[in-house]
Design a protein around this ligand. Structure first.
Ligand code: HH2
Length: 287
């Protein structure tokens, strides 16, 4: 028997998302020229909006928009450039749908522009550490918050990540970051944690974090997992090309739901939604 997930109400500005009854699927929209899987595909705003609407039709619960690649070795992007890439796309999506939108950024000014354009959630891969102004933006706006663990910076994080105990270190780090963000005025119930698969982690580290997801869940916050098409899936399956990692990604998605994750951040929305619907129903046992 699968354990029943703990449920949460996640307030994100003027809406509240129910977490844990049904797994939520966050569709990835990278408005970047250099993302590791879909780089360049959606840099054109019209194409980006079309892809977002397609993911919504496929069953996405949240659209996560990023204007800066965080793939290993990626070069940083200026705030102006990131805003130019993301804000118009958010505005255009918001005109067409009420679905929650998250902004994937480490910069407070980018988050602010995204919130003005209609975003509801701030997804920061630096755990709100990169920009000291980020917590204030979240506190003031009432946005939902995703705090992710990363060791180092995207430029250097995969060089030689070393941990004494990766699970303990990630859990302690995220709990401490959540505490700091709460101190800055963000209500606890607005925070979701993410172990940061692939961010300063070897294959073994990624596997340990996924195998011990319940230890992160025990911190008492909802958990998001972003493993879609990542390199460790290629290492295990032998698939060099990220687009060929779909089945491997679905395997990790199924594992994560079984372990208790509340939200999955993915490229392949339609398949992930099917996996989630099956697992959600198996979990409740409803006929
Ligand atoms: N992974 C990526 C980017 N943002 N955010 C969260 N919360 N969790 C993740 O695991 C995560 C994330 C990296 O993937 P992707 O956006 O596909 O690539 P890139 O950073 O190259 O744009």
């Amino acid at each position: 028997m699968m354990p029943q997930r703990r449920t949460y109400d996640w307030p994100c500005r003027n809406r509240t998302l129910r977490l844990g009854e049904r797994t939520l699927v966050m569709g990835i929209l990278n408005v970047t020229p250099d993302s590791f899987s879909d780089g360049g595909e959606y840099i054109d705003p019209d194409k980006a909006v079309t892809h977002a609407l397609e993911m919504i039709r496929q069953g996405a619960d949240i659209i996560d928009i990023g204007g800066e690649s965080t793939r290993p070795g990626a070069a940083p992007v200026s705030a102006d450039n990131e805003i130019r890439r993301t804000a118009p796309v958010i505005e255009a999506i918001r005109r067409k749908t009420e679905l929650p939108i998250s902004i994937d950024t480490m910069k407070a000014t980018v988050a602010e522009a995204a919130l003005s354009a209609g975003a509801d959630i701030i997804n920061d891969v630096s755990g709100f550490e990169a920009d000291p102004a980020m917590a204030g933006v979240a506190a003031e706006s009432g946005a939902g918050v995703v705090l992710m663990h990363m060791k180092g910076t995207p430029r250097t994080m995969q060089e030689n990540p070393v941990y004494a105990d990766v699970v303990q270190e990630v859990v302690d780090y995220l709990a401490a970051r959540a505490g700091a963000v709460e101190q800055a005025g963000v209500a606890r119930e607005r925070i979701v944690l993410d172990p940061g698969i692939g961010f300063g982690k070897t294959l073994e580290h990624n596997l340990a974090l996924l195998r011990h997801l319940p230890e992160l869940l025990a911190a008492g916050y909802p958990v998001l997992v972003g493993a879609s098409r990542k390199r460790f899936i290629g290492q295990i399956t032998g698939r060099e090309n990220p687009e060929d990692r779909r089945a491997g990604s679905l395997g990790v998605a199924a594992w994560s739901v079984g372990a208790g994750a509340h939200i999955l951040r993915v490229h392949d929305v339609i398949d992930t939604c099917d996996v989630c619907r099956m697992l959600d129903r198996l979990e409740t046992g409803e006929p």
